[in-house]
Write a protein that binds this ligand. Structure first.
Ligand code: COA
Ligand code: AMP
Length: 634
């Protein structure tokens, strides 16, 4: 069957399609059906099935006789270490940690925050939670204490599992002070922490509250896998929305297992036993789905890479890892390859490694620019597949279903909708637009298994964010179009979310931080185009009347404030003081126009603008920052 037949078979009978896909999962109790309609546009999958994620990702492979197969390859150029973990070892490690957690009172449904760098113990921590039905929430190490505190207050975890430090090029980041700082700030207080001590930076542990990772597990009775309902939350992953309050995306257990397993062959074209590598971080959805769960559920070997595309030690690292470990499918963000291209445009490093075993390269997380795709294709001779998805879905909405049929690549398009996704392009009024016309990208409900059924403790926000704008549809927050062949083209976000080096960030959240500066009366943050990171945040602040301090002092404080409150990952380094912000007559800040001016795009003078002269002032400021190359309004 080709792609069209498979997609059609799903459309004809979604229930049969998803029940068949569910056959690949070991259920403790098989679900009687796939879809459960809960009314009011809410849906659940496999609700009456009982299943355990860790069993499916680990134990069942051991039981099937594959205990000696390598589950995880840890490759850490930043520390100069490598190790391998077999499925049998992973089973005993997760059982031991799960047992110790249970002995310390962690039960089904309890939340556990994981704050760890790219070490195999991070995967063990996730799986150990899944083993006993605890709900993990992994927080990316590049977020500051305040962001961690916000997540602690929302998820209300009983425990935090962490490492003593993360390692960035040229510096060690002690995690314990960040955790302590977060707990100081949060209203909810976790009961205890378990800390993996890394030799690069040891943490001070307080008696009875902070436990050493290894000592904590000593003597604990290993835990068996606890079957949970198909709808039980496997994890909560916070992602950026329009405000500073992150959205807690809930991942349901049953659908997550079925859908991820389906994608490993159909999207990534790997067979069990083969090596799959997603160069991302466990703190992001790509890390959840394709460093931890997807490859393990499917019985693949997953690479846990602690390093950067460049500088650890050079732009040949990706090629070395692919060659050394026999990677068959490689997945990363376009920005990573832009970094490699910048350092090694001629691919000198590639020549030192044999990547003939690699079948294809997959890109997601941000728009893949045609230059980078073409460069990669020419250099490697491998197909490069863009695919489009979000934290909310957890896996591909649109991609090239290579395991079914490799469709022709149209550079700039992530290809076509996957089975399960009925993707529509709508105008403001919710009407379908003709092919080739730009509109809001929406998915007809129900979303397929594994996608978010709601937001953690925030069903109203879930409805408001995703379901209310286009009744009967899920609003993706992306704008784009479909061409006559049904290929999708993702053009821009329709909200205040920006994408910095493949990391999703909220400009609204940054504005909240700037607005808290005592000298700032008003502010705006926009995302401007950047050759390396795709987008960079840029802040404009208007000062409170009477403030007379040097502007560069204030902007330095603003930059530090965002770094301290949100984290270095926000990469907020561009900030300017302006007299006024451009607004409509009703007072709405014209952020979109500011972005167009910054990026040197043609723009239309907004009809409702209050004072057009302000745009010239903004252009002047942008030019001093090296942006807004001359163009006149059309
Ligand atoms: N813990 C602490 N700090 C972190 C961190 C972590 N886990 N990850 C990043 N940071 C810090 C960096 O050290 C940097 O700090 P600095 O301002 O002091 O230099 C800042 O956050 C920005 O980091 P990063 O986005 O990694 O930018 P960079 O300039 O250091 O490197 C790239 C540029 C392109 C090499 C890098 O962004 C990259 O590897 N991108 C790939 C992204 C990716 O895999 N995304 C996954 C989504 S699919
Ligand atoms: P995240 O939830 O962090 O994965 O970010 C999801 C958002 O990243 C999407 O809504 C898009 O805006 C953007 N994105 C992800 N993949 C792609 C892609 N292949 N092309 C264009 N934009 C993408």
């Amino acid at each position: 069957m080709g792609y069209k037949d498979v997609y059609q078979s799903w459309q004809n009978d979604p229930e049969a399609f998803w029940m068949q896909a569910a056959e690949a999962i070991d259920w403790d109790k098989k679900p009687s059906k796939a879809l459960f309609e809960r009314g009011n546009d809410l849906f659940e999958w496999y609700a009456d099935g009982m299943v355990n994620t860790c069993w499916n990702a680990v134990d069942r492979h051991v039981v099937a006789g594959n205990g000696d197969r390598v589950a995880l390859i840890y490759d850490s150029p930043i520390t100069g270490t490598q190790s391998k973990t077999t499925y049998a070892q992973l089973q005993s490690q997760t059982a031991a940690l799960a047992g110790a957690l249970r002995a310390k009172g962690i039960d089904k449904g309890d939340r556990v925050i994981i704050y760890m760098p790219m070490v195999p113990e991070a995967i063990v921590a996730m799986l150990a939670c899944a083993r006993i039905g605890a709900i993990h929430s992994v927080v990316f190490g590049g977020f500051a204490a305040h962001e961690l505190a916000v997540r602690i207050d929302d998820a209300r975890p009983k425990a935090i599992l962490a490492a003593s430090c993360g390692i960035e090029p040229g510096r060690v980041i002690p995690y314990k002070p960040l955790i302590d700082g977060a707990i100081d700030q949060s209203r909810h207080k976790p009961e205890f922490t378990v800390i993996l001590q890394r030799e690069h930076g040891l943490a001070d542990l307080r008696d009875g509250v902070d436990f050493d990772w290894h000592a904590f597990q000593n003597g604990a009775t290993p835990a068996e896998c606890l079957p949970v309902e198909g709808t039980h939350p496997a994890y909560i992953l916070y992602t950026s929305g329009t405000t500073g309050a992150p959205k807690g995306v809930v991942r349901p257990t049953g659908g997550h297992l079925v859908a991820l397993n389906w994608t490993m062959k159909n999207v990534y074209n790997v067979n069990p036993g083969e090596v799959f590598w997603a160069a991302s971080d466990v703190g992001w959805v790509v890390g959840h789905s394709y460093i931890c769960y997807g490859p393990l559920i499917h019985g693949n070997t997953s690479v846990v890479f602690e390093g950067k595309p460049v500088g650890t030690p050079d732009a040949g690292t990706f090629w070395r890892v692919i060659a050394e470990h026999g990677v068959k499918s490689f997945f990363t963000a376009p920005t990573a390859f832009r970094a490699v291209k910048r350092d090694d445009p001629k691919g000198v490093f590639l020549k030192q490694h044999d990547i003939s075993g690699l079948r294809a390269i997959y890109l997601a997380g941000e728009r893949a620019d045609p230059d980078t795709i073409e460069w990669m294709q020419n250099l490697t001779g491998k197909p490069v597949y863009d695919h489009w998805w979000q934290t909310e879905t957890g896996y591909t909405i649109a991609g090239n279903p290579v395991g079914i049929e490799a469709l022709p690549v149209k550079i700039g398009s992530p290809t076509v909708a996957m089975p399960g996704y009925d993707v529509h392009i709508l105008d403001e009024g919710g009407h379908e637009v003709p092919p080739g016309t730009l509109g809001a990208i929406a998915i007809k409900l129900p979303l397929p298994p594994g996608t978010l059924p709601t937001l953690w403790n925030a069903e109203d926000r879930f409805r408001k964010s995703y379901l209310s704008h286009f009744p009967g549809y899920y609003e993706t927050g992306d704008a784009g179009m479909k061409d006559a062949d049904g290929y999708l083209w993702i053009m821009a976000r329709t909200d205040d979310v920006i994408n910095v080096a493949g990391h999703r960030l909220s400009t609204g959240g940054m504005e909240e931080v700037l607005a808290a500066h005592p000298d700032v009366a008003e502010c705006a943050v926009i995302g401007v185009a950047d050759d390396l990171k795709g987008q960079l945040p840029m802040g404009f602040v208007c000062l409170t009347k009477g403030v007379n301090r040097p502007h560069d002092e204030i902007t330095r404080e603003c930059i530090k404030l965002v770094r301290d409150q949100i984290g270095p990952v926000a990469a907020f380094k561009l900030c300017a003081v302006v007299d006024r912000l451009p607004k409509t007559r009703s007072g709405k800040i014209l952020r979109r126009t500011m972005v167009q001016i910054a990026d040197g795009e043609a723009y239309k003078m907004p009809a409702t603008i209050d004072d057009p002269a302000i745009l010239d002032e903004i252009r002047g400021t942008l030019q001093t920052l090296g942006y807004a190359k001359e163009r006149q309004p059309s």
